[in-house]
Design a protein around this ligand. Structure first.
Ligand code: GLC
Length: 649
């Protein structure tokens, strides 16, 4: 687009050939500038850091080292949307430094099953939590002048067969579960939405005119939809459906469009609708490119990544061995093998700096402690076992690297890890297991043998500093699970649902995560929203009153312990006498509070009318069924602390 003061071009200023070229990327990561006539936008992954592949002298693409932020799983476990916005802002700064116009993220697909290989890249099993975190991440980046690509639209909930399987989802489940994260995230007006590879109800998502209409109805009519890389199989059908930008460039698609145009199968208006959406996106990006400036220094961004990692660590079990006191003797095993996991595939980031080990980070915080470490791989099992003998605390770090393109082989740890945990726990009653995994873990084989369990996830470049801060009590254990940890993969209805080489039947409907496990609490090891704190909190004075457009909820939270800490107040709504199947309760608001010892705070949340409604397929819209509703103030999906009722009509 040459000079920005030039009159903006429109479809009528372009030839048919130019329109066809514009609707496809120039190459793998850039849009087509039509010889400088329009702005060329650079697109790059990914939600946990900027990949920005660059060609070497042979033209081979290599990823640039970049700041590696905690995974979306860890970010969501902070239950603090401000940290999602902060992450969006920091990754945007990295994009500005590297000349990226559109960051390919965030991913808001629901965690329908714990086996999905990309769950580390997604936020939650709950649509509200996933949507809010997606929205705030987008707001952070877009406000810094960097476009985002909300992905993967939609019902792309496992990696197995993602390129060709049809997710068969009924209308109500689509509306109440799988579309909601996109609907909430679109409140932040992402520059683009990325369609997924899979089919939904028999139609490929790169050609899904119906779902594009629904998407644009809650996003914006001129929202530019980009394909996932290689997701377009029929460019003519995708154009007609309203898919604007195919990535990466495909010669075959360009000629298919040309032929279809010449045969009159596609019209000028078919082309122009997509061209106009793309031109307005490119103008917006061009304008931003000239104005945007880096806000935070690299160190400030790294500190932000560390803060997120700290806040997203979940303490699942603690018999009192944590926090570790200064002067305690500590052994650490498994830290080398599990030093840094980020999840594989397009979200992988090459950290642009040294990664400290956990023992190094612990030594910095426990100067009086003897801290020894051994790695099973480097020093062999026996040395590693012996290491834990007689120590005050024996830390065992275990993990697994999940990744795009395949699902997790198991929900449990490897046999080696389990054997190692059991062996260490036999020698040391104060064994602490740290999990560096990308999703829920089946801990049933060893959970009752150890003194503490910490889910640290993929913590990013400063993950071990963050972990040491939590293990030593420098900061409170502030994370809460954003997905249910059941007793095994067979407990999840989605794992028993029908699926073959072509179809994945979402026969569990709305019964995903706690929406199902509330009916079967015995199947749950650690509930949705669960996490221990070093502090202790009481809830009181829950009040619910009708307000214009919904209801106001107030309650008091008090830190009744002797140390500062964080609590996450979770507000669920339950319809007492529904006229359709409704989950026992659903998360409708949440707030993280950080309180000093003895401090009490009143919190207020507003529940819009939508928080009480269900999607009525009989009436094609959201509907509140008049009657009594319970509002539950909870610490997690299992621990309901206070309850109040309200009548809605
Ligand atoms: C991948 C992923 C998508 C990524 C894109 C570009 O296949 O599904 O998340 O942004 O291609 O790497």
């Amino acid at each position: 687009m040459g000079h920005s003061n030039q009159k903006p071009l429109h479809a009528c200023d372009l030839s048919v050939e130019e329109k066809i070229l514009l609707l496809a990327g120039r190459d793998f990561w850039n849009t087509n500038s039509l010889g400088g006539k329009v702005f060329e936008a650079n697109l790059s992954d990914g939600p946990v850091g900027v990949r920005k592949p660059f060609p070497d002298e042979k033209g081979e693409l290599h990823d640039l080292p970049s700041i590696a932020y905690p995974s979306a799983e860890v970010l969501a476990q902070t239950w603090d949307p401000a940290l999602a916005r902060l992450t969006g802002e920091c990754v945007a700064d990295d994009c500005i430094e590297k000349g990226v116009d559109i960051l390919l993220g965030p991913g808001v697909n629901l965690k329908r099953t714990p086996m999905c290989g990309r769950n580390f890249e997604y936020f939650s099993e709950d649509p509200l939590l996933a949507g809010v975190f997606g929205r705030e991440y987008i707001a952070g980046a877009e406000n810094r002048g960097v476009g985002t690509s909300l992905k993967h639209f939609c019902a792309n909930n496992r990696e197995y067969g993602r390129l060709y399987i049809s997710s068969e989802v009924d209308e109500r489940t689509l509306r109440e579960l799988y579309l909601v994260p996109f609907e909430i995230a679109c409140e932040a007006n992402p520059s683009t939405v990325m369609c997924s590879y899979n089919l939904v109800n028999g139609v490929r998502m790169s050609e899904h005119a119906k779902l594009y209409r629904i998407l644009r109805s809650f996003w914006r009519e001129d929202g530019a939809i980009v394909s996932d890389w290689g997701a377009v199989k029929d460019r003519v059908a995708s154009l007609k459906a309203g898919l604007d930008l195919e990535m990466p460039f495909s010669e075959e698609s360009a000629s298919a469009l040309k032929t279809a145009y010449e045969k009159g199968e596609i019209s000028d208006s078919d082309l122009d609708e997509c061209v106009e959406r793309l031109l307005s996106l490119l103008y917006k990006l061009q304008e931003r490119r000239g104005k945007r400036k880096v806000l935070r220094t690299r160190e400030e961004r790294l500190s932000s990544a560390e803060k997120v990692a700290e806040e997203g660590i979940v303490l699942l079990k603690n018999t009192g061995v944590l926090p570790i006191r200064n002067g305690a003797s500590v052994s650490v095993t498994g830290e080398e093998t599990n030093r840094y996991f980020a999840g594989g595939g397009s979200a992988r980031v090459i950290p642009d700096g040294e990664i400290s080990t956990l023992s190094e980070a612990l030594s910095a915080l426990l100067p009086k402690s003897e801290i020894v470490s051994a790695d099973v791989v480097s020093q062999g099992k026996m040395d590693a076992y012996r290491l834990s003998y007689g120590k005050d605390v024996a830390i065992v770090v275990c993990g697994s690297e999940d990744g795009e393109g395949s699902d997790r082989p198991s929900m449990a740890l490897s046999e080696n890890d389990v054997r190692f945990i059991l062996e260490t726990a036999k020698n040391n009653k104060n064994t602490v297991v740290v999990l560096r995994c990308g999703a829920a873990v089946d801990v049933s084989a060893w959970e009752n043998r150890v003194a503490a369990i910490v889910s640290a996830g993929y913590g990013g470049q400063r993950g071990n500093e963050a972990l040491a801060a939590v293990l030593t009590g420098k900061v409170d254990a502030a994370g809460r699970l954003a997905e249910t940890w059941a007793n095994g993969r067979e407990e999840y209805l989605s794992e028993n649902a029908y699926r073959d080489h072509n179809v994945s039947l979402y026969e569990e409907g709305l019964r995903v995560g706690y929406r199902d496990f509330d009916l079967r609490p015995e199947a749950v090891r650690y509930p949705f929203g669960f996490g221990l704190s070093y502090a202790e909190f009481s809830f009181s004075d829950l009040k619910v009153s009708r307000e214009k457009g919904g209801a106001k909820v107030t309650l008091k939270v008090k830190n009744i312990s002797k140390r500062a800490g964080s609590e996450v107040v979770q507000i669920y709504v339950r319809e007492a006498e529904p006229c359709v199947f409704r989950p026992y309760k659903e998360l409708k608001a949440f707030e993280k509070v950080r309180l000093a010892a003895g401090e009490e705070r009143e919190i207020t949340v507003f529940l819009p009318r939508r928080a009480f409604s269900y999607y009525s397929t009989a009436e094609d819209g959201w509907r509140v069924h008049a009657g009594t509703f319970e509002v539950l103030a909870c610490k997690n999906a299992r621990d309901e602390m206070l309850k109040a009722t309200i009548d809605m009509e």
